[in-house]
Design a binder for this molecule. Structure first.
Ligand code: FEO
Length: 395
């Protein structure tokens, strides 16, 4: 059933309560998600984005109960990823000649995925589309936020920014609007989404936010493609993005590790104690990477000013949970964060050196050669680990 956003603008998307993994199995969605599609019924009938492919038939059926499908004049495809374009093939079977407004890169991504030659109308930043009743759609390219094809669409008159993935979050909600959502869940999912999806593009985002603000658009509503519609102080999420894209960090240090027989775990706990003893103000998180959702762990890294990474030595290397996590951190492009390494070993002892090298490659500022311990740490070595924690806090 459609839900009114404002005047003649309606939400016609899908709430996916069951979703627990997104982007294949790369991103955990503990709270489900939504695929937001919007129907504008001015003199022209316009559809902005669709839903993920598995819900295509349901989407077209529901849409046909809200408007005669043949009455749709224009389709806006803000982004080609299938969670928003997935219902286009089913929809366009009914209206194959309807123009699809999108960026030049979206023509490539849509053709590449669906192998159809629809009536694409390529738009660039500043291009306008008259939808009647004195209202227009204005397009803003959002290249690499987060695909080359991404764009946003601004509707004059009602002052709605259809921002697609930007400012979204994976949060299933029946209430739809930000002021009605559980605020803790809303901001928790928003920062996780930023840390795990948008962080690599922070530099581009910083520039783009500046460009959008310079346009001096009146923005009453930000209608994203996932999660809530921001109608209560919509600029609050823009302000959050301004902070997050600027090498964000809180007064937090995270100790992330995996362990085989508990030695490296004991070091993690002692190091955490030392950090806290040295600086009681700093928030310390201790995270076993083999037992923690990786996307939640990445969110803690995003908030941290320093990370301390631990693994015992295995096969002259490190545990795969830690190796995979460092690789993931490297791809996400964190900047201006300090790092240190620790780990136990029995004989060859390569893990700490390996972690230090990997962290440097991943863009972290490694503070020293790390803390190594042979076999299980005895009381003296545990005291040394506390001192090492103090050193990290001072760094
Ligand atoms: Fe929500 Fe990039 O798709």
């Amino acid at each position: 059933m459609k839900k009114r956003i404002k005047n003649n603008v309606y939400w016609v998307g899908k709430v996916d309560w069951e979703l627990r993994k997104f982007h294949g199995d790369e991103y955990s969605t503990h709270k489900g998600s939504t695929y937001n599609s919007y129907l504008i019924q001015e003199e022209k009938t316009v559809l902005i984005d669709t839903v993920w492919s598995p819900f295509a038939q349901e989407f077209v059926k529901n849409l046909s109960e809200e408007t005669e499908i043949k009455k749709i004049d224009y389709i806006i495809a803000n982004h080609g990823e299938v969670d928003h374009s997935g219902a286009l093939p089913a929809l366009l079977e009914h209206i194959p000649d309807v123009p699809v407004y999108c960026t030049a890169n979206a023509v490539k991504s849509l053709k590449g995925q669906f192998h159809r030659d629809w009536n694409f109308q390529v738009v660039k930043t500043g291009d306008k589309l008259d939808i009647g009743n004195g209202k227009e759609l204005i397009f803003v390219e959002m290249q690499m936020l987060h695909w080359p094809d991404s764009m946003a669409t601004y509707m004059t008159g009602d002052n709605i920014l259809f921002s697609n993935d930007a400012f979204g979050q994976h949060l299933a909600t029946e209430e739809l609007f930000n002021d009605l959502a559980d605020q803790c869940e809303l901001f928790g999912e928003s920062i996780k989404y930023y840390a795990n999806i948008l962080n690599p593009f922070s530099g581009i985002l910083k520039k783009k936010l500046g460009e959008i603000l310079a346009l001096n658009l009146d923005i009453d509503i930000i209608a994203t493609s996932h999660g809530v519609v921001w109608r209560d102080n919509p600029m609050q999420i823009v302000e959050k993005y301004s902070q997050w894209c600027d090498d964000y960090q809180e007064n937090q240090i995270s100790v992330l590790y995996d362990t085989m027989w508990g030695g490296t775990k004991r070091l993690a706990e002692r190091i955490a104690e030392g950090i806290s003893m040295e600086d009681p103000e700093v928030k310390v998180k201790v995270i076993n990477l083999a037992k923690t959702d990786v996307n939640d762990a990445i969110t803690e890294v995003f908030k941290s000013k320093s990370v301390v990474i631990g693994s015992p030595t295995i096969n002259r290397s490190i545990l795969h949970s830690v190796a995979g996590f460092i690789n993931l951190m490297g791809g996400l492009g964190f900047k201006k964060k300090k790092a240190a390494a620790f780990g136990c070993y029995g004989w060859s002892g390569e893990s700490v050196k390996h972690i230090c090298e990997s962290l440097e490659k991943a863009g972290f500022q490694v503070i020293d050669e790390g803390f190594k311990n042979t076999w299980n740490p005895n009381d003296d070595r545990q005291r040394d680990a506390i001192e090492y924690g103090r050193k990290i806090a001072k760094a």
